[in-house]
Design a protein around this ligand. Structure first.
Ligand code: PAF
Length: 281
């Protein structure tokens, strides 16, 4: 596995086709590694998997966890190699951003609510760095996890509107045995916060069951999700929202296209997100 730190070396790397990109911020867990497995399957015997590891400063607000974001670089490299990654691009900040960088990409619809409302800088940081990674790595396919459902939708819009010739492939959320969605930020949770955090996935799977059974309004559904999450005394809800799964606009009724319930919940200083997307067959 080649580990590349600078842009000239990346550009000089011979290209195998298809090239499949897995963008990450490192601190890898099984959820990331399943993105790599999926990339490997899409790459096939002749193609290649390129992962990126870059904690992107522009998607963090000054008060957020950029400085304490975990960076276990050697362990990450070993994990990527063990899952058949061919190359890793792990640039430093200086390689990615000129000190006076002044161009940003702003998506104005899909990313406006939910995470975009709570973290106003987040999606412009993500869009800008992902567009840069697309230009640098020039993949045929890129893999993103459904755990960050809104990010995935924003990236699809970025690719469509800026004509990147890249197929975006979604990978299902990977969960701990008790249901908690895997995330690098789970490592911040205290043992008691970790124990209570299971209320998030429990609330969402109960909501999925209610949607499957039908005959329930979105407001009632969301109230039940809020109540279930609040049954964890340490949980502080940021948002619980019911939106259209494609436009991410708020809806009052479960329409023909189904419903996405997206949540963000604080446990102490740790903010966790999760979602359930239910589509009518
Ligand atoms: O999902 C992430 O890990 C990041 O937002 C991404 C897509 C790697 C961009 O920094």
């Amino acid at each position: 596995m080649r580990v590349i730190r600078d842009i000239p070396t990346l550009r000089a790397l011979p290209v195998a086709s298809p090239r499949v990109l897995v963008p990450t911020m490192g601190a890898l867990h099984e959820g990331h590694l399943q993105l790599v497995d999926l990339a490997r399957r899409h790459a096939g015997p002749d193609g290649e998997v390129v992962a990126t590891v870059f904690v992107n400063p522009t998607q963090f607000a000054p008060h957020e966890d950029f400085d304490r974001y975990p960076r276990p670089f050697e362990a990450d490299m070993a994990l990527l190699e063990s899952r058949g990654c061919d190359a890793v691009f792990a640039p430093g900040r200086e390689a990615m951003y000129a000190p006076d960088a002044s161009v940003k990409i702003i998506e104005t619809a899909i990313g406006a609510g939910l995470e975009g409302a709570s973290r106003p800088q987040f999606f412009s940081g993500v869009c800008t760095v992902v567009a840069k990674l697309f230009n640098l790595v020039r993949p045929d396919i890129a893999i993103f996890g459904e755990k960050d459902y809104q990010q995935l939708a924003v990236i699809r819009r970025l690719v469509r509107d800026l004509d990147f010739p890249i197929e975006i492939v979604a990978a299902p959320t990977v969960r701990e045995p008790d249901g908690l969605a895997m995330s690098s930020r789970n490592a911040y949770l205290s043992p008691e916060e970790r124990r209570q955090s299971v209320v998030i996935s429990a609330a969402l799977s109960e909501a999925r069951l209610s949607m499957e059974q039908g005959c329930i309004g979105v407001a009632t559904l969301l109230d039940r999700v809020r109540e279930r999450i609040a049954s964890g005394p340490l949980a502080r809800i940021d948002y619980v929202a019911g939106v259209h799964p494609d436009t991410l606009e708020p809806v009052d009724t479960v329409g023909l296209d189904g419903l996405l319930i997206a949540v963000a919940v604080w446990f102490g200083k740790t903010r966790l997100i999760d979602n359930v997307c239910w589509r009518r067959r």
